[in-house]
Design a protein around this ligand. Structure first.
Ligand SMILES: CC(=O)N[C@H]1[C@@H](OP(=O)(O)OP(=O)(O)OC[C@H]2O[C@@H](n3ccc(=O)[nH]c3=O)[C@H](O)[C@@H]2O)O[C@H](CO)[C@@H](O)[C@@H]1O
Ligand SMILES: C=C(OP(=O)(O)O)C(=O)O
Length: 422
């Protein structure tokens, strides 16, 4: 199994190109199931999760062609199976987003229950309840969600909690339902808006994406389309933190500042000079040590849970004491325990971590059990004295494209090496 080896202490300086967003590419790929014609998707990131989604579509009989760059051509007219098997779903929870499109287009879906994961229990009761309110018959059997519907019917859905993939599943289901669906307390994440724009390009009638009320007028059919996935705001934020933590200067290209208001606000508070353009963001820390910044995660447009671990890393070496409060997932602090092994001063009280910045971390082997936690350990490794081995990096490969090459471009001393923990 591969690991990343990082020799800490280099101030990053340079430019990096951001890839397409994992959390938009996955529902968009699932959304191709809705189209009656071929669909072409550009700016698809090369990630393990994307490969898994393509495998999942392939296992259903969907024809998928990938060019060497970032374009994927999908034709769902050849679907033979409406099943998402456990073997694939257990490697990627986001497989749940095929449930809505399969049911809406083919009237049936057997999707393995994703179960919990390293960051929390992550139930899918809101996805299921929403589809039932649209007339689906759903049974949970042998670990599978077995859903059937002749044609879904539009309904008013008031989501009990803001859920991103839940909103996406119900949005996709509603596009082909009979009549109007109103989704209230909908997620407002940019990835939801990107999915809605993609569905609109295929002929869906959707209003309100990006607000907490989405209105969908069902249509008989969706047609093929060509669409480019938006840039990954979490990858963007991670590289900006890499600049900030090392006291360096990083320009991210192909990035959208308007999706990162909360994150950029916190980076400014930490002392960074941020400048933005149409499709770039530059962070300059001018050699300064970051100031400690308090973080509280919440649904968009507030501070994203997927950036919590990276800011925890920033706070470990910051000047001052910060509190980091996680309100979305109940178990998203595994990185804190690993950071302590690097010399970080962190105390955990319930869903809040109190981080007292230290002047210097020291290298150690570390590992994490989820994607952003692993990324945060790489960030900590960039400033730890000595060589830090980050083990189990298959988590990172789920969501970051060639992270070591991109960091190397910025001057980091990092390499992928064989070996490490199982
Ligand atoms: C593939 C993808 O896009 N993943 C993102 C998505 O995950 P995901 O869509 O799984 O996360 P949700 O927005 O659904 O989760 C938010 C909260 O709602 C709860 N909940 C959710 C659904 C449900 O039926 N019942 C329920 O109780 C969850 O346990 C969690 O506490 O949004 C998260 C929150 O921004 C991000 O961290 C993930 O990166
Ligand atoms: C939690 C994440 O992803 P997933 O929902 O696929 O587990 C993430 O992208 O940080």
């Amino acid at each position: 199994m591969d690991k990343l080896q990082i020799k800490g202490g280099t101030r990053l300086d340079g430019e990096v190109k951001i890839s397409g967003a994992k959390n938009a590419a996955l529902p968009i790929l699932a959304g191709t199931l809705l189209a009656e014609g071929p669909v072409s998707i550009g700016n698809v990131p090369h990630l393990r999760d994307v490969t898994t989604m393509i495998q999942l579509l392939g296992s259903m009989g969907v024809s998928v062609t990938i060019d060497e760059k970032t374009r994927v051509e999908v034709d769902a007219s050849t679907v033979t199976e409406c099943v998402a098997p456990y073997e694939l779903v257990r490697t990627m929870r986001a497989s749940i987003v095929v449930l809505g499109p399969l049911l809406a287009r083919f009237g049936r879906a057997d999707v393995s229950l994703p179960g919990g994961c390293a960051i929390g229990a992550r139930p899918v009761n809101i996805h299921v309840a929403g589809l039932q309110a649209m007339g689906a018959e759903i049974h949970i059997e042998n670990g599978y969600i077995r859903a059937r519907a002749d044609r879904l019917k539009g309904a008013r859905l008031v989501l009990e909690t803001v859920t991103v993939t839940g909103t996406e599943n119900l949005l996709m289901a509603a596009t082909l339902a009979e009549g109007q669906t109103i989704i209230e307390n909908a997620a407002r994440e940019p990835e939801v808006v990107d999915l809605a724009d993609f569905l609109i390009a295929m002929g869906a009638k959707i209003r309100g994406a990006g607000t907490d009320t989405i209105i969908v007028d069902g249509v008989e059919k969706l047609h093929g389309a060509s669409y480019d996935v938006l840039p990954d705001r979490i990858e963007t934020g991670t590289f900006l933190v890499a600049g900030a933590i090392t006291g360096g200067r990083v320009k991210v290209k192909g990035a959208r500042a308007e999706h990162l208001d909360a994150v950029l606000g916190k980076l400014r508070e930490a002392g960074a000079v941020i400048t933005t353009g149409d499709n770039w963001i530059e962070l300059d820390m001018q050699g300064r040590r970051p100031k400690a910044v308090d973080i509280r995660t919440a649904p968009h447009p507030a501070f994203p849970t997927d950036m919590q671990a990276q800011f925890a890393a920033l706070n470990t070496i910051a000047d001052g004491v910060a509190t980091v409060t996680e309100t979305i997932f109940e178990n998203r602090f595994m990185h804190m325990l690993e950071m302590r092994r690097l010399g970080a001063d962190i105390r955990i009280e319930g869903n809040t971590a109190i981080i007292r910045g230290v002047p210097q971390l020291t290298a150690a082997p570390v590992m994490a059990t989820d994607l952003r936690a692993s990324a945060s350990l790489v960030l900590a490794g960039l400033v730890a004295q000595g060589t830090t081995d980050v083990l189990r990096i298959y988590h990172i490969d789920r969501g970051y494209e060639r992270i070591e090459e991109k960091l190397e471009q910025l001057g980091a001393q990092i390499k992928r090496a064989a070996g490490g923990s199982t």
